[in-house]
Design a protein around this ligand. Structure first.
Ligand code: MLT
Length: 304
């Protein structure tokens, strides 16, 4: 019997890939053979002697000390691409939220009171303040052209945007999937300087921590919009906050709440829901559960 320790809400479809006659799956279990998790932080948590594999039902693995597990010969499986569609859709929504001032307009509408005639009068009097801009014709920069970045870039092309991408580690697979309408920048700074909106799709590691800092924000166009659906640490929130205060950035749309951003009038802050769709949760859980099972039962290490 294999024992699998689970954290977070792993989709039932994934758990069902571990048959009950051979697997005991629980959120509290002694001597687990494998750990299956989403965003639970394993840094600083002693690695149980019994653990042979870890599965992250998502793309990023920054909540897992992968090097320490590797030293112990424990593979860490993730699910790159399995939630890319969900994240792509939220990034497009994020661009629209910012471009059309949807959050502020919605807040305003919900506070209206009186009969329909009064409401109509108030709407006509105040709606000018919510006038936005159209995405079509604007230039979007996509930093990181992995599974998510490619989908975002292609969707933005379909919306009539000019799209420029940058990824020093572009894979052949991503290059094939990328629309031929997507231009390529020569460097991060080259990308950042040219765009009206910038969306980040890079993993968090020592090279990418605070990749978007005061110096980089300084070379962005005045009035640009920054979107972060990657990881909190990629952006230096204090610098973004300054840029929002001076108006150098018009808006910051992020999936990672922080104290400094939560109440900022120009920030749109979502509670890490990029991958939170039924479809993505199921895809990710099934993907990693299959790989854990293949490893425990057959010794196969399949990352794709
Ligand atoms: C990811 O890394 O793909 C997401 O953070 C997944 C999640 O929200 O659990």
């Amino acid at each position: 019997m294999f024992k699998v320790l689970t954290y977070d809400n792993i989709s039932i479809a994934g758990l069902e890939r571990l048959p009950r006659d051979r697997y005991e799956v629980a959120s509290e279990i002694q001597h687990p053979d494998a750990i299956l998790l989403r965003s639970h932080n394993l840094h600083g948590v002693p690695i149980p002697e019994s653990v042979k594999a870890v599965g992250r039902a998502g793309a990023g693995v920054n909540n897992i000390p992968v090097a320490e597990y590797s030293k112990r010969g424990v593979p860490v499986f993730n699910a790159p691409g399995a939630n890319a569609n969900a994240v792509k859709e939220l990034v497009i929504a994020g661009m629209l939220l910012a471009a059309r001032n949807i959050c502020a307009a919605w807040d305003f509408a919900r506070q209206l009171e009186g009969d329909d005639e009064v409401i109509h009068h108030q709407v006509e009097k105040h709606k000018k303040q919510f006038a936005g801009f159209e995405l079509a014709g604007k230039t979007l920069g996509v930093l990181g052209l992995g599974a998510i970045g490619v989908k975002v870039a292609n969707a933005a092309v379909a919306l009539g945007m000019h799209v420029i991408g940058y990824d020093p580690l572009l894979t052949v697979e991503s290059a094939w999937q990328l629309s031929s309408s997507v231009a390529r920048a020569a460097s991060i700074d080259d990308l950042i300087a040219k765009v009206d909106l910038l969306t980040l799709h890079v993993p968090l590691n020592d090279q990418t921590r605070h990749l978007v800092n005061a110096a980089r924000i300084g070379i962005m166009k005045k009035g640009a919009v920054l979107l972060n659906f990657s990881r909190a640490g990629i952006v230096d929130d204090a610098s973004v906050c300054n840029a929002l205060n001076t108006g150098h950035l018009t808006a910051y749309v992020t999936d990672f709440p922080s104290r400094v951003m939560l109440k900022h009038p120009r920030a749109i802050v979502l509670p890490h829901i990029g991958a939170s769709t039924a479809e993505a949760e199921e895809n990710c859980a099934v993907f990693v559960a299959d790989r854990i099972r293949d490893f425990l039962e057959n010794g196969n290490i399949r990352h794709s």
